[in-house]
Ligand binder design. Structure first.
Ligand code: CP3
Length: 354
């Protein structure tokens, strides 16, 4: 595997906000920018067989990572993989069923934790690192590469329930009934995520993002133990191993706790969901030296039209002169017309130039 190319700060627009500089127009990428809304993705997906086969086949995973870069010219690519690769690599049975989403063999109690084995991850993670290296080689100079993992709490909600849930009740209940046992699961996911992100960085990722989609399901006092503490461990360890690589946190749904999350975890960037009031948060986040990222409603990207145009301009003006990266407030949905994505990129690039 080729060694990590040092980040080319001066050539890379995406990295500039992380050195405290607001740039105009802001860099733009979109969560789930590779995926089913693109016909060229659906074609490769069919060829690959299962979704996990696609994640573990470096030539194909690298190809789908690069597709949205070729089509739209985003400032950053995001590695094509999934947050559930971590429990799968640890030995949990994970399947992606057509029209049903992920199905896992649930781990419901401390006694089941013996099914997870940290020494087993090597081969599967090696495939992901090979994808990172291939993407790095295939990217235009100046386009950043984002690596990622799911936050331990969000991954745990799938590990415990065995599928996606609306209220994350199974993980919350285990955490209340047996906090010691549940914290062993969180610890396994935390140490594995550190190794996994560090491996992605060594293979060529310039930035990493921690997706905590279900952070907002926790009551305030639980947020500290299951979201903030594990995230701080990941950020602290990555910072000591790779001080130059920014870490973006995306704790969806935590609302007023965002500044606390930013301060306590030490992230370099904060992904804002659609409910976060960016104008109110802006100065506080900028004072902490942290980049704000967000937060267009993915459904507005489906709708398109003048409402999309209006909101894109509004978001850019809400960011003001704070270091900012344009994104959605959550992932692209499959019914998104690719032409609306092209229009969005055009709007971001024009919107702030005049
Ligand atoms: O952003 C990107 O383009 C990179 C790839 C990426 C995927 N999933 C590909 C994917 C990333 C960063 C993720 C993150 C992810 N995966 C999250 C966190 C962010 C979020 O969206 O909340 C979560 C919770 C998952 C778990 C997951 N993966 C679910 C619930 C599903 C089923 C729902 C769905 O959209 O199908 C997936 C499958 C998945 N992951 C697909 C893609 C492109 C679709 C699978 C397919 O092609 O059939």
């Amino acid at each position: 595997m080729p060694g990590r190319t040092p980040p080319r700060l001066s050539e890379c627009r995406f990295l500039q906000p992380f050195s405290g500089k607001a740039i105009s127009p802001p860099p733009v990428w979109l969560m789930r920018q590779a995926g089913r809304y693109l016909p060229e993705y659906r074609e490769i997906r069919e060829k690959a067989g299962g979704f996990l086969d696609l994640c573990y086949t470096p030539t194909l995973a690298a190809e789908v990572t690069l597709q949205p870069i070729r089509r739209f010219g985003f400032d950053a690519a995001i590695l094509f993989s999934d947050i559930l690769v971590v429990p799968h690599a640890l030995g949990q049975k994970v399947e992606f069923k057509e029209g049903e989403g992920p199905v896992l063999e649930p781990i419901r109690q401390a006694a089941d934790l013996s099914r997870l084995d940290q020494s087993r991850t090597t081969d599967k993670f090696a495939k992901v690192y090979e994808t990172v290296a291939r993407v790095r080689d295939g990217l235009p100079r100046g386009t950043a590469l984002i690596g990622f993992c799911g936050a331990p709490w969000t991954v745990a909600t799938y590990v415990v329930a065995g599928h996606g849930t609306t209220d994350q009740a199974d993980a919350r209940l285990w955490a209340y009934r047996d906090p010691e046992g549940f914290s062993r699961l969180i610890d396994i996911l935390t140490t594995t995520s550190i190794e996994y992100l560090s491996g992605q960085i060594l293979a060529g990722a310039d930035v990493v993002q921690i997706f905590d989609t279900w952070a907002g399901a926790l009551p305030t006092n639980e947020l500290e133990r299951w979201v903030i503490t594990p995230t701080r461990k990941i950020v602290t360890e990555l910072r000591s191993r790779h001080p130059e690589v920014p870490v973006i946190g995306f704790p969806k749904g935590i609302g007023v706790h965002v500044p606390h999350y930013v301060e306590e975890t030490g992230v370099d960037g904060i992904g804002c969901d659609t409910t976060m009031p960016m104008p109110e948060l802006r100065d506080r986040i900028a004072e902490l030296g942290v980049v704000m990222q967000g937060n267009l409603d993915p459904l507005l990207l489906v709708a398109g039209g003048v409402e999309l145009e209006r909101r894109v301009c509004e978001i850019i003006s809400e960011a003001g002169d704070a270091p900012f990266i344009f994104n959605l407030g959550h992932g692209i949905v499959p019914q998104t017309p690719p032409s609306h994505v092209a229009r969005l990129v055009e709007l971001v690039r024009q919107g702030s130039s005049g």
